[in-house]
Write a protein that binds this ligand. Structure first.
Ligand SMILES: [Cu+2]
Length: 195
């Protein structure tokens, strides 16, 4: 009995370990560069898909009027001016864009790239970098009134978890092996000992 439990535990552990190894070997973190085009009243692409651990480099453009890009879950907002190769980014929890504009504090210098995690104040960049550390669905929507359908201008970033699937399959394989290896108490031996 003790042996059976031990074998089961070992095989399930091996399965989980195998699952982690599989997840790491098949899905190395990727760097994804996406040009997001904003126009009345949609984003192209409307859905961004990535895996947990990926690095997303977003380049935002507008082809008609000024749009915004507020991303849920990342404390990120942006202002996209048409025909400009850069855009302004800031953390809406820390900075009010309108107030900064009123005070004449908008940046004039363009930087090539900024990481959201280290973002302070308003920055004018060509690219914003997100490390997708959490799985989930994060909606992005226009944060700058751009017309009568403005409230409906939105898209979604879908980040799928890396490990649970692979680990689940590994654990299931381990359990199956444990089931096959499970030895019932040998009836012939039991008879032998009783006689
Ligand atoms: Cu808009």
């Amino acid at each position: 009995m003790v042996r059976n439990v031990l074998v089961t535990a070992l095989l399930v552990l091996a399965g989980v370990g195998g699952g982690v190894w599989w997840a790491r070997s098949t899905a190395p973190p990727q760097e994804i560069v996406v040009d997001v085009e904003a126009r009345r009243y949609a984003y192209e692409p409307p859905v961004l898909r990535a895996r947990q651990g990926d690095v997303l480099r977003l380049r935002l453009r507008s082809t008609d009027v000024v749009h915004g890009f507020f991303l849920e879950g990342y404390d990120l907002d942006a202002r996209i001016v048409p025909e400009r190769p850069d855009f302004e980014v800031w953390r809406p929890s820390e900075v009010q864009w309108a107030e900064a504009e009123k005070r004449g504090e908008l940046p004039t210098k363009t930087e090539s790239s900024v990481e959201v995690s280290s973002l302070q104040g308003i920055r004018r960049v060509r690219e914003v970098v997100l490390r997708l550390d959490r799985p989930g669905r994060f909606r992005y929507r226009c944060s700058h009134t751009c017309g009568f359908m403005h409230p409906f201008m939105q898209g979604e970033l879908i980040v799928t978890p890396n490990y649970p699937f692979h680990v689940g399959v590994g654990a299931a394989i381990g359990l199956t092996l444990a089931f096959l290896a499970w030895r019932p108490v040998d009836p012939s031996r039991r008879r032998g000992t009783s006689s």
